[in-house]
Every structure is written in C-alpha cells, then in structure tokens.
Design a protein around this ligand. Structure first.
Ligand code: HEC
Ligand code: HEC
Length: 280
C-alpha cells in the first residue's frame, strides 16, 4: 500500500481502478457558508411560521401567521373594493346602474358567475341561445330589449302563448302557404296572414309585439331554429306555443327569478344581459 499523499492533497486511502483516489480536502469556503446559512434559515423559518408538531396542536410561530388569516385579509381587500360599488346598488334601478359607466363596468365584470350559474344552462354561456331557448346576444327581442323590459323578463319570467292554428283554423295547404311565405320573409303580403288573424299578434309589419312576445316573422331569425326550418315553422303554426289543448305544442317558458335571486342580483343580470350586445 502507498502512503496517503497525492499531488492534490491527502487521500482517504481508497483507490479505485489503480488511479482514482478519494481526497480529504475540506469543501470550499463558499460551500460551507452556504450550508450554514441554510440551516440558520431553516431554524429562523420554523420559529417565525407555524411549524413543529406539539403534544396538543403545533407550534404557532412567532409571527402569528396563518393561511386562513391571509385568505381573510385578501378577502377583506376584495370586499372593501367591492363595497364602494355594492353599497350604491340597492337604491338604484337597473336603468340607473346602466347609465353610470363605472357601476355598469363593475356589474358586467362581476356578474359572469351569476349568469353562468343561473342562466347559461338554457341561454348558453355567452348568451348565444340553444335550440328552444332564445339568444340574448342579438338585438332580436321577443319581449323587448330595453333595460326595464329585460329586468321584467328576468324577475317575473315569461311564457308566450300562440294557439294551435292547425285543424279547424287552417288546412294543411294553408299552413304550407303561410309557412313558405314566412320562410321567404314575405308573409305580410300573403292574404291568409290577415285573414286568419296572425296579424293580430304578429302585427301589420310582421315584426311581432313585445307585449305578447310574439316572434318577428320577417327577419329570418328563428325563435325555433331547426335544421329543417320550413318543417319547424309548419309545426309551430299547426301546434302553437304553450297551447294547453295541444300535446304537441311547443313548450317555451322562462322561469321567474324573483323568488330565487335577490332584487340586486336581478338588476345586475339585467345590466349584464343588456350589455351582451343587443340591449336597446
Ligand atoms: C330553464 C331554461 C331557462 C333558464 C334557466 C333561463 N331562461 Fe331565460 N328564457 C327561457 C325561455 C324558454 C325564454 C323564452 C320564453 C318564451 O318564448 O316565452 C327565455 C327568455 C328570456 C328573456 C327574454 C328574451 C327576449 O327575447 O325577450 C330574457 C331577457 C332571459 N330569458 C334572461 C334570462 C336570464 C338572465 C336567466 C338567468 C337568471 C335566464 N334567462 C334563465 C329559458 C330559460
Ligand atoms: C295569440 C297570438 C298569436 C297568434 C294569433 C299567432 N301567433 Fe304566431 N306566435 C305567437 C307568439 C307569442 C310566438 C312566439 C312564442 C315564443 O317565442 O315563445 C309565435 C311564434 C310564431 C312562429 C315561430 C317563429 C320562429 O321564429 O320560429 C311562427 C312561425 C308563427 N308564430 C306563425 C304564426 C302564424 C302563421 C299565425 C297565423 C296563422 C300566427 N302565428 C298566429 C303568437 C301568436
């Protein structure tokens, strides 16, 4: 065996593969400083923050920090910022909120979740509508697109009525004629339109009446959109909408929200829906 000296320092005596020796040199100074700094940090950290388990509970830390405390502090900051706006809402109508740019922006930004939780299932997450459920993003309103009418739609719900016109009122040939004219957007010049009383609800211009929620029949925006639109129009004429005497009638009901949501939530949603794009 050799002595333990080596051109690079003292060795431990272990030599591998004839040439590979393990030296006993101390680690560099910077490394030792780092080592000591890190354990000091660990000790300070565990003193400052909650750390060691004790027999009953745990060491609470000298700083008194808790994660729930930090959460509550953050929440209070949020509530304080919100309070500036929220405190004003109770005394204001939806129209007044809409007229105040700052409040309007606040309400729009903060009501996405409210809309998502309560309305998106039927009207789509962006308000684009679903088959049987009207779009809220366009400016084609059944019941009117003013802020007050939107607010009423949400608070009281809506259930438009169109009696079934098939059978005693209209023959199949007449239904086909009316449906074809509606499909082309020209129903007001079809004599049956006035003769069979459609005009009474859909109006002389065919654009519908907000008070009745009767659809616009000349804009080619379909309330009951379907792949075969002509067939859908025929079905609506034959069976009506919410006609209790016809089991094949279309069902269309907007639930009332005044029992389920607060007055303020409803106002917020009215402003939100109005701002989706089509409010008047
Ligand atoms: C269960 C399905 C459903 C849900 C949930 C629902 N709606 Fe409706 N909504 C409807 C239907 C159906 C109509 C159309 C009623 C009709 O044709 O008579 C409607 C109509 C409306 C209208 C009138 C649209 C127009 O063209 O005049 C507004 C505004 C509206 N909904 C907003 C909302 C808001 C805001 C929410 C959430 C609080 C909501 N809806 C939740 C089904 C729903
Ligand atoms: C008592 C009022 C009333 C009368 C009369 C009436 N309608 Fe309607 N109609 C409505 C209402 C209300 C709606 C919309 C229902 C809804 O969206 O919930 C509607 C919807 C429609 C639709 C669906 C449009 C779409 O976009 O999908 C068609 C088509 C239609 N009516 C055709 C007619 C024709 C044709 C006549 C005459 C033969 C007629 N209606 C008579 C009230 C009426």
């Amino acid at each position: 065996m050799s002595d333990n000296s080596n051109p690079h320092g003292q060795t431990t005596g272990h030599v591998w593969d004839e040439t590979l020796a393990e030296l006993t040199n101390p680690p560099p100074k910077w490394w030792m400083l780092g080592l000591h700094a890190s354990w000091i940090l660990v000790v300070l950290y565990t003193l400052y923050y909650p750390s060691w388990p004790l027999l009953n509970g745990h060491f609470k830390g000298l700083a008194g920090w808790t994660s729930i405390g930090e959460f509550k502090k953050d929440m209070k900051e949020v509530t304080d910022i919100r309070a500036k706006y929220e405190d004003k809402l109770p005394g204001m109508s939806a129209a007044a909120i809409l007229a105040d740019d700052e409040l309007k922006n606040y309400v729009i930004r903060s009501s996405k979740v409210l809309y998502g939780d309560n309305c998106a299932a039927c009207h789509g997450s962006g308000g684009g509508g679903n088959p049987g459920y009207p779009a809220l993003v366009d400016d084609d309103w059944l019941f009117g697109g003013s802020i007050d009418l939107i607010n009423t739609s949400i608070a009281n719900g809506r259930k438009a009525m169109m009696p079934k016109m098939g059978g005693a009122q209209l023959s199949t040939a007449e239904i086909d004629k009316l449906a074809g004219a509606i499909h082309n957007g020209t129903v007001v010049s079809e004599p049956l339109y006035a003769a069979k009383g459609c005009i009474g609800c859909h109006g002389p211009d065919g654009k519908g009446m907000a008070a009745l929620g009767s659809a616009n029949l000349v804009d080619k925006i379909w309330r009951f959109a379907a792949k075969d639109q002509l067939a859908s129009i025929k079905a609506t004429i034959a069976h009506g909408v919410n006609d209790p005497t016809d089991p094949s009638t279309r069902k269309a009901e907007m639930p009332a929200w005044k029992e389920r949501l607060t007055d303020i939530q409803i106002k917020k949603l009215a402003v939100y829906v109005h701002a989706l794009g089509g409010g008047q």
